[in-house]
Ligand binder design. Structure first.
Ligand code: ATP
Length: 217
């Protein structure tokens, strides 16, 4: 039996973190039998077209959403690193800090489909096991009330990726797809709709106290 530590890596803008992010972290910890899962709020996200909320807010909300989950560490290094955030840099730092650890890069299916466009994506495949959760998009209409119209379409098939990415090491995380996104939450706040059912309580309070997302972006 291998004794290497199993470390999950979950990056995101977390602008704000929401209930599906939390469900994904919990599923990854259990299903991948992780010793530890590190959450990385991104610094400058070169692939996102809009300006993100200030990093100190996203870091504070990530602490509120994930900080009390056993086995989870919120890691600020991508926020502190100057320049664009590249996941490969983070993975290489973790490899140097914990030699021999097995790294699991956790993401939603939208990110997995876009893997070929990631910076140094072939190196990513060699460095980590890509661990993917199905993501419901609005067309699939799998609502937050749990009603499922077309769960099959939310599935990620890594064999659909072009070579060499389809030869990577993948794990599929089993959890019910939920059509929640940070974009939707920001829009709801801007139009004075409730978000209590979409984010952890502490995050909802933080958004309110700091007047975040009151104007649409
Ligand atoms: P935005 O709407 O602002 O683009 P987001 O909701 O996609 O944000 P991110 O912080 O960009 O949130 O996502 C971090 C990670 O969580 C990504 O790997 C993304 O695929 C995944 N993720 C986010 N929402 C879901 C969801 N509903 N189902 C599965 N994965 C998700």
């Amino acid at each position: 039996m291998s004794s290497s530590r199993r470390i999950g890596v979950f990056g995101g803008a977390f602008d704000p973190p929401h209930n599906m992010h939390v469900a994904l972290v919990e599923a990854a910890l259990a299903q991948l039998r992780l010793d530890e899962l590190r959450v990385f709020p991104t610094g400058y996200a070169w692939h996102k077209s809009r300006t993100l909320s200030p990093p100190e807010h996203r870091l504070a909300m990530a602490q509120l959403a994930f900080g009390s989950l056993p086995g989870v560490v919120v890691d600020a290094r991508e926020i502190q690193r100057p320049g664009p955030t590249y996941t490969i840099d983070t993975l290489r730092e973790l490899q140097a800090e914990q030699p021999g650890a097995e790294l699991f890069l956790v993401m939603g299916a939208d990110q997995a489909r876009a893997l070929p466009t990631w910076h140094a994506s072939e190196a990513l495949l060699q460095t980590a096991i890509i661990s993917v959760a199905a993501r419901a998009d609005s067309a699939n209409a799998i609502g937050t009330d749990g009603h499922q119209d077309d769960a099959a379409r939310a599935k990620f098939e890594f064999s659909d990726l072009p070579p060499p990415w389809n030869a990577g090491r993948f794990e599929i995380l089993q959890l019910p797809p939920m059509a929640v996104s940070a974009t939707d939450i920001r829009q709801r706040v801007a139009s004075s709709q409730g978000i209590a059912h979409l984010v952890p309580d502490g995050v909802a309070r933080y958004i309110d106290q700091h007047h975040l997302y009151r104007t649409a972006r």
